[in-house]
Ligand binder design. Structure first.
Ligand code: GLC
Length: 565
């Protein structure tokens, strides 16, 4: 990773400039509004016992790091009992912990230690499906008459034992699996080891809401709900039409998902879940929501703001790097979410890391700092994925035999799976990047760990990590960034995105982001008569004068400037 020697003077973007800087008032807004929630993939974060797999105690051991970074909460992806076919997204007991991650006592300690540091803990609630080894499914598949017979989505096959519909699993192949004991098929939106629960059954709902209560009573702040759009399928079992010619990476026809995704009944369940979350102070529901349009995203907040608090805006962060596109998306988020708080995200355990996905292999650290600024300065809550704060790149397996994620084995070489974005956290330049003392790790560490790691970046003044820390701090103490409104400026510039955040009593922050790998000059016409000063920038020093009439931006340059009015 290349780091240029530009003037990276952001480590202390406080003090010098008094504009709009004051500590948070004892405001009454809920904790999750404007919060930064850090996603931990527990297998890959920190291994406390040397078995090569990360665990809960590993997380607890690094809470000081997260506090110092400045996050408000953590979301831990599933660590419950699981055969690990989908690395924890196939749960066989929702209220116990898989031994490879620790024990309930370890979890309680994690919670208590997080609380001491004012870090909220969110769990991943896999609502759409269980493992095929879950006792509910073991019973359900055993006959058509058992007590759990209707807990999953069972249908008769068509003549010749053909699947009931043409529906395709998101992970490839038919979404139906024949069960000889019942002479019926069950539906699975994902792997066949992940049978879909039947959310039309009130007993299923009750059991799942009790799972929520179990964890919230223990002290968790809420959940990230997995695969929300997949909860219901068409009751009439209509075949999906072909969406476009050709084949998927798994060799399947490419069908629409109009009968299997985002059915209106999902909203009924979300309203019920919200009621459960509301039984607890501070309860919050984040939702995984790959939806095609802003109207669909808006619906997930609920017509009366009574569904998800924070559905992820995956359209914003998982599309192309483009000032024009980001501008349009941010405007939509501001105006079309019925007043809901947007939840911005660039990275997670299912998508190639942003610096690799969006970059051209040059100026990677600059791109990381620009994306950090784009993520953390709009009026939004934020998800940050472990290692994103270091500028960790994707590191896909080079050979099929090294792949751990089954979709990478099924789809090789077009689909290499998700191992590349799940590599061990890079703590230092020692063996296994300080992730584990084991002889081997479940995935090998990425080769760049020697320079891209917490220890090295803590020392290096201009590092991506120190930029994130300064930005997270500025986001908390700067009134315009914390509470200000949001206005796009220079609305037609195809290369540079600029917007203003303005606090009620006047002080403003101007954010300027060069979304290209080439230098740009930008004029903010509406502010041309004003004079500001740099609060934080990837290329200019704190306190430097800013003349909005002509701002020179290096490749992927990012700047936050303060203005009195
Ligand atoms: C979600 C998870 C993904 C998992 C899938 C099935 O999309 O983020 O990792 O494979 O659900 O549970």
């Amino acid at each position: 990773m290349r780091r240029t020697g530009s003037l990276l003077c952001f480590a202390a973007a406080i003090g010098g400039l008094a504009i709009a800087q004051r500590p948070a008032a004892s405001d009454s807004k809920p904790w999750w509004r404007n919060a930064v929630i850090y996603q931990i993939y527990p297998r890959s974060f920190a291994d406390s016992n040397g078995d090569g797999v990360g665990d809960l105690n590993g997380i607890t051991n690094h809470l000081d790091y997260l506090q110092d970074l400045g996050v408000d909460g953590i979301w831990i992806t599933p660590f419950f009992k699981s055969p690990q076919v989908d690395f924890g997204y196939d749960i066989s007991d929702y209220t116990d912990i898989d031994p490879q991650y620790g024990t309930l006592a370890d979890f309680d300690r994690l919670l208590a230690e997080a609380k001491k540091r004012n870090i909220r803990v969110l769990l991943d609630f896999v609502v759409n499906h269980t493992s095929d080894r879950h006792p509910w499914f073991v019973e359900s598949r055993s006959s058509r008459t058992n007590a759990k017979a209707d807990w999953y989505v069972w249908r008769d096959p068509l003549p010749g034992r053909r699947p009931p519909t043409n529906w395709i699993s998101i992970f490839g192949g038919s979404a139906w699996q024949f069960e000889p004991a019942r002479k019926q098929d069950y539906y699975h939106a994902f792997y066949k080891e992940q049978p879909d629960l039947n959310w039309r059954n009130p007993d299923v709902r009750k059991a799942m809401y009790d799972v929520m209560r179990f964890w919230m009573k223990r002290g968790v702040a809420g959940f990230r709900l997995d695969a929300v759009p997949s909860l219901f399928e068409d009751a009439q079992l209509r075949d999906e039409p072909v969406a476009k010619p050709g084949k998927s990476s798994y060799g399947d026809p490419i069908l629409t998902r109009q009968y299997t995704d985002n059915l209106p009944e999902c909203n009924d369940v979300l309203r019920e879940m919200r009621k459960v979350a509301d039984e607890f102070a501070d309860g919050v529901l984040v939702g995984e929501a790959y939806v095609p349009a802003v109207e669909d995203l808006a619906k997930l907040y609920g017509a009366n703001g009574d569904e998800l608090h924070l559905p992820m805006d995956t359209m914003f962060g998982f599309g192309a790097l483009s000032a024009t596109r980001y501008r349009a998306r941010l405007l939509e988020a501001e105006t079309q979410l019925n007043g809901g708080t947007p939840l911005l995200v660039f990275n997670n355990h299912d998508n190639p890391r942003s610096v690799s996905r969006l970059g051209d292999g040059r100026n990677t650290a600059e791109l990381a700092r620009m994306l950090a600024t784009l993520l953390l300065t709009p009026r939004a809550s934020v998800l940050l994925y472990y290692g994103e704060e270091l500028g960790m790149a994707n590191d896909d397996p080079k050979r099929k035999e090294d792949v751990k994620d089954i979709i990478g084995i099924k789809g090789w070489p077009q689909e290499k799976g998700r191992d590349g974005e799940r590599k061990p956290m890079q703590w230092n330049a020692d063996t296994n990047a300080g992730f584990s003392t084991g002889a081997t790790t479940w995935l090998p560490v990425a080769p760049e760990y020697r320079t891209v790691n917490v220890a090295a970046e803590t020392r290096e003044r201009g590092s991506v990590l120190n930029y994130y820390k300064a930005l997270l701090r500025l986001r908390k103490i700067n009134a315009a960034l914390r509470d200000g409104d949001f206005t796009l400026v220079n609305g037609d510039d195809p290369n540079v995105l600029s917007f203003v955040r303005r606090a009620e009593d006047g002080p403003a922050a101007l954010i300027v982001l060069n979304c290209t790998g080439a230098p740009q000059t930008v004029a903010i016409r509406s502010m041309a008569d004003k004079q500001g000063a740099v609060l934080l920038s990837s290329f200019a020093a704190e306190g430097d004068a800013v003349n909005p009439a002509a701002i020179q931006m290096p490749a992927y340059g990012a700047m936050v400037a303060g203005f009195e009015k």
